[in-house]
Design a protein around this ligand. Structure first.
Ligand code: PEP
Length: 252
């Protein structure tokens, strides 16, 4: 059975004190919230990783990173390796987020290297894909997502691919307040699942969690998550407010 996952991507937000406060509000909320069967993942900036993994030992969430180096170790100033993340108890890592593709020119080759290194250190990649607005308007969205997937995570061996979580994040929906409709999300998730089925077989496709991301919030999460192929969400803005994030988790 594939897992239901709600992951919060904090991006470059919060001070140390604010992050501490947010984590504590989430911990408290999770004690009361009905989140049975939903895996909750917090993805803070690296600076708050130690605090987040420390608190995680006593609470009901797992920790993810927002990025990882495409190099294993060595003289790469400013980089953080998969091995380091693993040694801190990090279990997930977002890769291929559109902001990293856009501002840091991440290539398919680097993303493939990142996925391989994460899996080497037992960290589950949350692989983001999604089209730009002009690409959707030109009805190219399926082709774009297909090539993003084929050029990266489809290079993995089946046993490795089976550990990957996919996040479909239409770029025009990220941080804009414009979310994909429930039908648009379901349609793309089915498309992605069919691609997986053709490449790795029905069983792996059936068991792959495909999350939706892009202005998912406490109000629209229920409708999005009601789709049979939407297995949860990658949440940006709404994950910075504990009460909203908790409502999203309870939307299943
Ligand atoms: C994201 O950045 O992954 C995201 C989904 O952001 P938001 O929820 O703010 O659109």
């Amino acid at each position: 059975m594939r897992r239901k996952i709600v992951a919060g991507n904090w991006k470059m937000n919060k001070t140390f004190q604010e992050a501490d406060e947010l984590i504590n509000e989430i911990i408290e909320g999770l004690e009361d919230a009905n989140h049975k069967g939903v895996d909750v993942v917090l993805c803070p900036p690296f600076t708050f990783m130690e605090m987040t993994t420390d608190y995680a030992q006593e609470s009901e969430y797992a920790v993810g990173a927002q990025n990882v180096s495409s190099f294993d170790s060595g003289a790469y100033t400013g980089e953080v390796s998969a091995k380091m993340l693993h040694s801190m108890g990090v279990e997930y890592c977002i890769i291929g987020h559109s902001e990293r593709r856009k501002y840091f020119n991440e290539t398919d080759e680097q993303l493939t290297q990142k996925a391989e290194l994460l899996l080497k250190y037992n960290i589950l990649p949350i692989f983001c894909c999604g089209e730009l607005l002009p690409e959707r308007e030109a009805a190219n969205h399926f082709e774009v997502v297909k090539s993003q997937i084929e050029n990266t995570i489809f290079k993995l061996e089946p046993l490795d691919f089976a550990k990957v979580i996919i996040a479909y994040e239409p770029v025009w929906a990220i941080g804009t307040g414009v979310t994909a409709t429930s039908d648009q999300a379901q349609e793309m998730h089915v498309f992605i699942r069919n691609l997986i089925s053709e490449k790795y077989g029905k069983e792996i496709a059936k068991n792959t969690s495909i999350l939706y991301g892009g202005s998912c919030n406490a109000i629209n999460a229920k409708e999005l998550f009601a789709n049979p192929d939407v297995d949860g969400g990658l949440i940006g803005g709404a994950s910075l407010i504990a009460i909203d994030f908790l409502k999203i988790i309870e939307s299943f």
